[in-house]
Design a protein around this ligand. Structure first.
Ligand SMILES: C[S@@+](CC[C@H](N)C(=O)[O-])C[C@H]1O[C@@H](n2cnc3c(N)ncnc32)[C@H](O)[C@@H]1O
Length: 189
């Protein structure tokens, strides 16, 4: 990552603290960036970009491995901030921004648009809906990351229960920072 992008991310993180934007932690950003590079992903989906902090972490990795990222959000003010922020670091060409509720937007994607990396960070109580929306759009070997699975166990419970005995996926909760954890899923097909 170049020093300009790193400095911009640092600024954006500070802005998030000051304006109560629930950006991912640095650890999650770093994890997403490294996973995309290690996996050499080609098509990435994000649910919930807010003002684009996590999107920049992923788009920067996408630049290195030649991937394209699709992100979906339904909150107007931060959505346009995300577009501006990606432009500021020269990464907007790697991101297709989709405005609207992910549960309506994703089913309307072209039928052949499938993903090898999915990051879910929308409303926690909708994780089960998001899972039902993306599960038929996964390429073999796809990796999924669900944020906030330890901090919001109650809100994500219906999703956790639905995937408890799911066949065909490896699952692991990673307590990635002192207060929270992410769920990592691997499509074994
Ligand atoms: C925790 S914030 C995302 C933070 C972002 N990933 C980051 O690190 O900067 C959650 C975002 O998900 C969006 N969101 C929640 N439910 C959604 C839905 N059903 N469809 C689309 N976006 C949704 C919200 O508008 C909000 O911007």
């Amino acid at each position: 990552m170049d020093s300009n992008t790193r400095a911009f991310l640092k600024q954006l993180r500070q802005y998030g603290f000051e304006h109560d934007i629930p950006n991912v932690t640095d650890e999650v950003g770093q994890f997403l960036n490294m996973m995309i590079r290690m996996k050499k992903s080609k098509t990435i989906l994000e649910i919930g970009c807010a003002n684009g902090y996590s999107t920049i972490w992923m788009a920067e990795a996408a630049r290195q491995v030649g991937a394209q990222l699709h992100t979906v959000d339904h909150s107007a003010p931060t959505f346009s901030e995300a577009q501006d922020n990606l432009k500021s670091v020269g990464l907007s060409g790697l991101v297709d921004f989709h405005f609207g509720d992910a549960r309506e937007v994703i089913p309307a994607f072209p039928a052949d648009l499938k993903f090898d990396f999915v990051f879910v960070d929308g409303q926690k109580a909708s994780y089960l809906d998001f899972w039902n929306t993306v599960k038929d759009r996964l390429l073999p070997g796809a990796v999924l990351v669900f944020d906030d699975m330890l901090a919001f166990q109650e809100k994500t419970r219906s999703f956790s229960e639905a995937i408890q005995d799911l066949d065909g996926f490896s699952k692991l909760i990673l307590p990635i920072d002192p207060e929270d954890g992410i769920l990592l899923m691997l499509n074994e097909s």
